[in-house]
Design a protein around this ligand. Structure first.
Ligand SMILES: Cc1cc2nc3c(=O)[nH]c(=O)nc-3n(C[C@H](O)[C@H](O)[C@H](O)COP(=O)(O)OP(=O)(O)OC[C@H]3O[C@@H](n4cnc5c(N)ncnc54)[C@H](O)[C@@H]3O)c2cc1C
Length: 326
């Protein structure tokens, strides 16, 4: 058992009634049996969580951090990584090995387990593009269950583990397929111009890290959970009406309509760089809300609520948090 604050990159000083770490599947099964029927929350680095109060349940943290090659064919390698491993540590190793597929996801905080739950994404790539299967343990009875990529029902920062199976499974490891000869994916943002020399997994990784460092706060320096809001998808009719009023409105085609960057909407509402209590809308990227010093959970919630309200009033668009409130 661990008796300290729950890890979270917003740096909220919150505690759990019980917080425990495990080093093996048998230890995890024992913990699940000991706490049968109690609220259970698996936490990685807490980089997508906003704790609004202490957690009246059991926080479980994986210390299982190994990765290994399972199989390979002439084109690709199957890698299994345990859920507690830092995603970026894995990606660094894979890039060093010259394997393609995850380089665009470099420098995203968090663990391998959460990457599947969240379907993390950046620079035109999502975890779902490389995930083959997700190994889990049932919280109710400790039995193992394997989910294929399709069964995970991945969506934009979304999966079955956030929806109908929310709170029912703990991800124990994830199997990824990496390519030996990959296609660089450089069409997103200014990635192409940021890559120096021949694009390789490592040179793309370096470029991604350099861009991210310019735009996003480092969790070691400023508390945040990355992008606080999802980019909304609106109907073509609503978009065309808005475009008449705002000819420069940025947009992308998306499943079910037109995606409008929430950062632009927030900036238009005048929130960029503004504070409310101890919370601030980050001056370099308004999609990010930061703990400017001593923010309370209420400060972050109040700022998020005010931003949502203003975007709704000005554009009649509902933006919703990507961050999980606990
Ligand atoms: C500065 C910054 C930049 C970011 N940039 C990006 C980005 O570019 N793209 C992006 O997609 N995200 C980004 N994020 C968000 C975050 O990094 C990801 O969502 C990440 O996957 C969260 O990992 P974690 O281990 O911290 O999970 P946590 O925040 O601890 O948990 C997230 C969710 O996953 C669940 N969970 C965690 N581990 C397990 C497990 N083993 N089994 C079952 N459920 C589990 C938790 O219960 C919770 O619901 C950013 C965050 C920060 C702070």
């Amino acid at each position: 058992m661990v008796n300290s604050y729950i890890p979270n990159t917003f740096r909220m000083p919150v505690k759990a009634r019980v917080m425990a770490e495990y080093n093996s599947l048998s230890e995890l099964r024992e913990l699940l049996a000991d706490h049968h029927g109690e609220p259970i929350l698996p936490v990685g680095e807490g980089s997508n969580l906003l704790f609004t109060h202490d957690y009246e349940g059991v926080v479980l943290i994986s210390r299982m951090v190994r990765a290994r090659a399972l199989d390979e064919d002439k084109d690709s390698v199957l890698i299994e990584a345990e859920a507690g491993l830092k995603m970026d540590t894995l990606i660094e190793q894979l890039c060093d090995m010259g394997l393609w597929g995850m380089e665009n996801l470099s420098h995203i905080p968090g663990t391998v387990g959460a990457s599947a739950v969240q379907n993390v994404g950046a620079y035109g790539v999502e975890a779902k593009d490389v995930i083959v299967r997700v190994n889990t343990l049932s919280i109710a009875d400790g039995t193992e269950r394997v989910f294929t990529n399709e069964e995970c029902q991945f969506g934009y920062r979304d999966s079955i583990f956030k929806n109908e199976l929310h709170g029912r499974y703990i991800v124990t490891s994830v199997v990824f397929r990496l390519q030996k000869d990959g296609e660089p994916r450089l069409d997103y943002g200014n990635l192409r111009t940021a890559v120096h020399g021949v694009p390789t997994p490592s040179s793309i990784r370096e470029a991604v890290i350099a861009i991210r460092r310019q735009k996003l706060p480092e969790v070691t320096e400023l508390g945040s959970a990355g992008s606080f809001f999802k980019n909304p998808v609106i109907s073509s009719e609503q978009f065309l009406a808005l475009q008449m009023q705002y000819p420069d409105i940025p947009h992308y085609d998306a499943l079910g309509g037109i995606k409008v960057p929430a950062a632009w909407l927030i900036e238009q509402c005048g929130w960029k760089g503004k504070s409310l209590g101890g919370a601030r809308c980050y001056e370099k990227q308004p999609l990010v809300l930061v703990n400017a010093g001593n923010a309370t959970p209420d400060d972050i919630v109040n700022l998020a609520t005010a931003i949502c309200r203003d975007v709704k009033t000005k554009f009649n668009i509902t933006i919703s948090p990507e961050v999980n409130y606990i």
